[in-house]
Design a protein around this ligand. Structure first.
Ligand code: MN
Length: 260
């Protein structure tokens, strides 16, 4: 019996990255796509609770799939609880653009979907491909100039290894980032603190009132051992992620402040 994979993403069901993941995994697994109908990058793990969610069966590239009128997280919840897909693994991606550092993974819809899956009892792996030009993240995800050939090999290799040998016990999600040009091999990393030099650009609307764009260049590098550094070297970054964000080391200090 082939393992069953629920495949989703945040760039939307038309994204070349999603279909690259499908092509990588469909020879070795039963892959069912439930992905957002539209571009949902940077929505993190947000969830639709004020709107109904439609799950429309569609045929794309000759494949039956579910186009979900919602967020990446909604797609996972619908896949698990409405479509009753019972996957062995949830795969999110391949995202067009890297998802590195805890600054980014907390806003990433790609990682958000994998976190949701794991919180609901099915482990998730998020895959993201570094873009050479940051502008590529904002282009039509149906047409992406970079090749997914190397990324497809990596997606298949990692998923098959995890499905065969088991998901690491102490990780809830595995966050994989693939450099645009792979120069090295796999590197198990920790999250860097930041990926961007955050800033805002102020502009004026036609009536002279200001509005803002969040924007900022990528940071050049981060410390040895981080996901950012691994990608800068051309390695494939594999970061284990946990759902429990409790700061256990702050326990005593808070106890003495509030429960002396
Ligand atoms: Mn995205």
């Amino acid at each position: 019996m082939k393992p069953r994979i629920l495949l989703t993403n945040d760039d939307g069901i038309t994204s070349a990255g999603l279909w690259a993941a499908y092509e990588a995994l469909s020879p070795v697994a039963e892959v069912i796509i439930a992905a957002p109908s539209t571009q949902q990058s940077a929505v993190g793990r947000s969830i639709s609770i004020f709107e109904p969610i439609r799950a429309s069966p569609v045929v794309m590239n000759g494949v039956r799939a579910y186009s979900i009128g919602g967020k990446p997280t909604d797609s996972v919840i619908i896949g698990l609880y409405a479509l009753d897909l019972r996957p062995d693994l949830v795969v999110s991606g391949i995202n067009i653009g890297e998802n590195l550092s805890f600054e980014s993974i907390m806003t990433s819809g790609t990682v958000g979907a994998a976190l949701e899956a794991s919180n609901q009892g099915t482990k998730g792996i998020a895959f993201s491909l570094q873009v050479e030009d940051q502008g590529d993240k904002f282009d039509d995800p149906r047409h992406h100039s970079q090749s997914f050939d190397e990324a497809k090999r990596i997606v298949r290799e990692i998923c098959m290894k995890v499905l065969r040998e088991g998901f690491p016990e102490h990780a809830d999600v595995i966050n994989v980032n693939i450099p645009s040009i792979v120069k090295g091999g796999y590197e198990v990393t920790r999250l860097a603190r930041k990926l961007f030099e955050t800033g805002v650009e102020k502009r004026l609307d036609p009536r002279g009132r200001p509005y803002y764009w969040i924007n900022g260049p990528l940071l050049e590098d981060a410390e040895e051992g981080t996901d950012v550094h691994a990608i800068r070297k051309g390695n494939i970054s594999i970061t284990p992620i946990t759902l429990d964000c409790t700061a256990f080391d702050a326990d005593k200090e808070l106890q003495s402040l509030f429960c002396p």
